[in-house]
Design a protein. Structure first.
Length: 77
């Protein structure tokens, strides 16, 4: 019996995993292979995480610049 012939439940039991985890991995593999389009590929997820991190850093930079601007505005009066 090949892996393709086994049910999600059988695979989960064979590897002591939850069916939810196996289904999630299968869905992600299908997204990455392009056989589904109802979610993000691994590359898209990675890019999204990178962009969120960069956005967070840029927001912190803006906050620091705002504080510095306010500080120097008070100092020059």
């Amino acid at each position: 019996m090949s892996a393709c012939d086994r049910t999600v439940g059988q695979v989960a039991r064979d590897f002591d995993l939850t069916e939810t985890a196996v289904r999630s991995w299968v869905k992600q593999a299908e997204l990455d292979a392009g056989t589904r389009s109802d979610g993000l590929t691994s590359d898209e997820r990675s890019e999204l995480a990178r962009l969120r991190s960069e956005n967070r850093r840029l927001q912190q930079d803006v906050d620091i610049l705002k504080r510095a601007t306010a500080f120097f505005a008070r100092e020059t009066r």
